[in-house]
Design a protein. Structure first.
Lengths: 582, 129
């Protein structure tokens, strides 16, 4: 179409130039020629154009004839003008015709495209003829969503499609659309043929098709979306209920430590309100500090994007907290936030201390009965010898008996001395720098009193090891339990008890070994469980090794056991030492 | 002929004063310092009474009693358990194994003589003495 005018101009120019060269240019010929071009340009009908072209040629012929130009000596060249005009008409007419046809074809194609879109759209489309908003056309989706057929809809009043309560709202909305030319609404519902409402999302635009003006209304059925939204809301509520229902504290922090969310346990613990915590830095809000706390697992998670864990003491309210931190990622894998899970283990720890304490008491009970036995022997000697001495007349014999009594008395004195230093240590509550070798010696003495296994050979290999920061009583408890077990495992002669200490790069190692009966393989993974015992009822509580394990863990140490039946057992304890502290 | 008594105890001082008492009372006394020695003596000689400690190295008193009571030759010898283990459960264990009398340390001479005479079936006048 764009080429039409240049083409016509070019042709006209060429033809004009040809006529000029043939020196046959006359004003009238030009006039007729341009008249023909004008006719061709405005014509829509090729046949009509040919008729017009014929008539023009004929009229021009008559005109030429009346001027007498056809009959003079140059008549033949004038006569040629008549078919020339007719041919030119046909030529221009053909060009115009072809171009218009193409234009029309393009139009038809785009109309078909629109139709296809219209019919197959997933959205409902309603065409409303302006200005009275009469339904002009609807697509299949409309029929599907509201259940009316196209024919029924074409006869209906547009506003009757809305649910009765919303007709007024819909009219107001369309008034607005009229002013602006377009609009959107997601608050209106349509009525289905069966009377039930259907929530939809509209967009409306004024369009012109041909010479007519329409409003094109496109709507989406929101039923599925609303269902989905409801489901999401429900699952969100469920998650929130779980979040709030957890009795331990949960707090979600952004990577800049800002608190994003907390559960009810946090609100209750700090006796505050949600608004006072949100958007504040966690270390300010919870710990009243100006920078992130030491050993805070959230810091670790923010740095490493890994879960982290730490036990923290809050001096503010004297609680012990176990804090776990887990990363939350966005779709790209960047850290979105960290969820901090805080468990107050103050009570649990108190109970554990109590358990350790009561096991210690039970242990002391065992010791006491052992010690009583040990005292009873020399005491028997004293009483028996004293009775004999009383009856004896011979002074030299009497002296011998009294010597025996004295010796027995001194033995008792030794026992009592040992017992006192042991119980004094056991009573100590606070941490101090503890000499492991000294405690091993003391514990050995105590156990030797309580458990008669004096025939077992004790092999000591004590190296000069660092003192560790610990509660003496608890370390004593560990060694006493292990040595007692070792002695009990030994039976018969040739029994050997090994006690050794040594330093490694980052720990102090204590080994307690025996060549006794060993622990059956099947029990090895149970021996540290509470109340696990192979002893007869009344002989063991099943708490001894469990307590050993708890105490060692408390000092962040490790305990390993190696045992073979009939060959013996070795317990190896490692207490970490922090070089920086030395 | 004087009656023979075997004293088994790992405590030398206890064996010593027991022996003095018993010799004075006219018994013939043999000593053993542990369970193994005790069983050796029992196999070597005939005894009228066994006074036996429980907690001893090598072989404890329980084992000594078990073995002698299962040996027809020594089965009928009365046994006095002499021990510092004074819990009821120990006492029951002793009687179950076949011990005849249970005496806990420390004890006096009269307690010793009472149990001794009872086991040997001797007259009560001597007990009073």
């Amino acid at each position: 179409m764009k080429l039409f005018y240049p083409l016509v101009l070019f042709d006209t120019g060429i033809v004009s130039f040809g006529m000029y060269l043939s020196e046959k240019m006359t004003t009238d010929f030009y006039l007729v020629f341009f008249l023909i071009i004008i006719f061709a340009s405005i014509s829509r009908n090729f046949k009509l154009l040919m008729v017009i072209g014929g008539i023009t040629a004929l009229l021009y012929g008559i005109l030429l004839y009346s001027w007498g130009l056809l009959t003079n000596e140059e008549g033949s060249s004038y006569t040629l003008r008549i078919p020339f005009i007719f041919i030119m008409t046909a030529f221009y007419g053909y060009i115009v015709q072809t171009l218009t046809k193409e234009k029309r074809k393009a139009l038809t194609i785009s109309e078909d495209k629109y139709r296809g879109l219209f019919e197959n759209a997933n959205e409902g489309i309603v065409l409303l003829r302006n200005p009275q908003l009469q339904i002009a056309d609807v697509n299949r989706e409309v029929e599907k969503v509201i259940g009316y057929t196209k024919e029924e809809l074409l006869l209906k009043d547009f506003f009757d499609l809305f649910i009765p309560e919303e007709t007024e709202k819909a009219r107001d909305f369309f008034k607005e659309v009229d002013e602006k030319g377009e609009g959107r609404a997601d608050y209106l519902s349509l009525t289905k043929k069966d009377g039930s409402p259907v929530e939809v999302d509209f967009s409306i635009k004024r369009i012109d098709l041909g010479r007519e003006s329409f409003h094109q209304m496109i709507f989406r059925d929101l039923t599925e979306q609303r269902k989905l939204e409801k489901k999401i809301r429900q699952s969100k509520r469920n998650l929130e209920a779980i979040f709030d229902g957890i009795r331990d504290q949960l707090s979600i922090q952004a990577p800049d430590y800002r608190i994003l969310r907390v559960n009810r346990a946090v609100i209750e613990h700090y006796q505050t309100v949600f608004e006072k915590l949100i958007d504040r830095k966690c270390y300010e809000a919870y710990f009243l500090r100006s920078e992130p706390c030491d050993r805070c697992p959230v810091s670790v998670t923010i740095e490493t994007k890994q879960p982290a864990f730490s036990t923290m003491k809050r001096s503010e309210d004297n609680t012990t907290l176990q804090v776990f931190s887990y990363p939350i990622f966005d779709e790209k894998g960047d850290l979105l936030s960290a969820i901090e899970y805080t468990k107050d283990i103050t009570e649990q720890q108190r109970l554990q201390e109590q358990l350790i304490q009561s096991e210690k008491l039970a242990g002391i009970g065992v010791l006491a009965s052992g010690v009583a036995h040990e005292i009873n022997n020399p005491l028997s000697g004293i009483i028996g010898m004293a009775e004999i001495a009383l009856e004896e007349e011979d002074p030299s014999k009497k002296k011998g008996y009294l010597m025996d009594i004295l010796e027995c008395g001194q033995r008792i004195q030794e026992i009592v001395k040992g017992l006192r230093s042991y119980s004094r240590a056991a009573k100590k509550e606070e941490l101090s720098r503890v000499d492991l070798n000294g405690i091993l010696e003391e514990s050995l003495k105590m156990v030797q009193l309580a458990v008669k296994a004096s025939s077992a050979e004790v092999i000591k290999d004590f190296q000069c090891v660092e003192k560790i920061q610990a509660n003496v009583g608890e370390i004593q408890q560990v060694f006493t339990n292990l040595i007692t077990n070792a002695f009990q495992a030994i039976d018969g002669k040739g029994g050997k008890l090994g006690l050794s200490t040594r330093s490694t790069d980052d720990s102090v190692e204590v080994k307690v070994s025996d060549n006794g009966k060993g622990i059956p393989h099947k029990y090895l993974n149970q021996i540290f469980d509470p109340f696990f015992t192979t002893k007869n009822p009344g002989e063991g509580t099943g708490l001894g090794l469990n307590i050993v394990y708890r105490i060692v863990s408390k000092y962040e140490g490790t305990i390993d056991v190696e045992s073979n039946e009939r060959i013996g057992t070795t317990f190896t304890i490692k207490f970490p030492i922090r070089r920086a502290e030395l | 002929m004087s009656r023979k008594i075997l004293i088994v105890d790992d405590e030398e001082v206890i064996r010593k004063f027991l022996k003095i008492h018993l010799v004075k009372l006219g018994y013939e006394v043999t000593e053993a310092a542990d369970g193994v020695q005790a069983l050796e003596q029992l196999g070597r000689d005939d005894f009228d009474l066994l006074i036996c400690d429980i907690l001893m190295p090598k072989k404890d008193g329980w084992e000594v009693i078990r073995e002698m009571k299962s040996n027809p030759k020594t089965k009928s010898i009365p046994v006095i358990v002499l021990t510092a283990k004074n819990e009821d459960s120990d006492m029951f264990k002793g009687y179950n194994l076949g011990a005849n009398y249970y005496m806990t340390k420390p004890f006096t001479k009269s307690q010793l003589i009472y149990g001794l005479k009872l086991m040997l079936g001797e007259t009560s006048e001597e007990i009073r003495a």
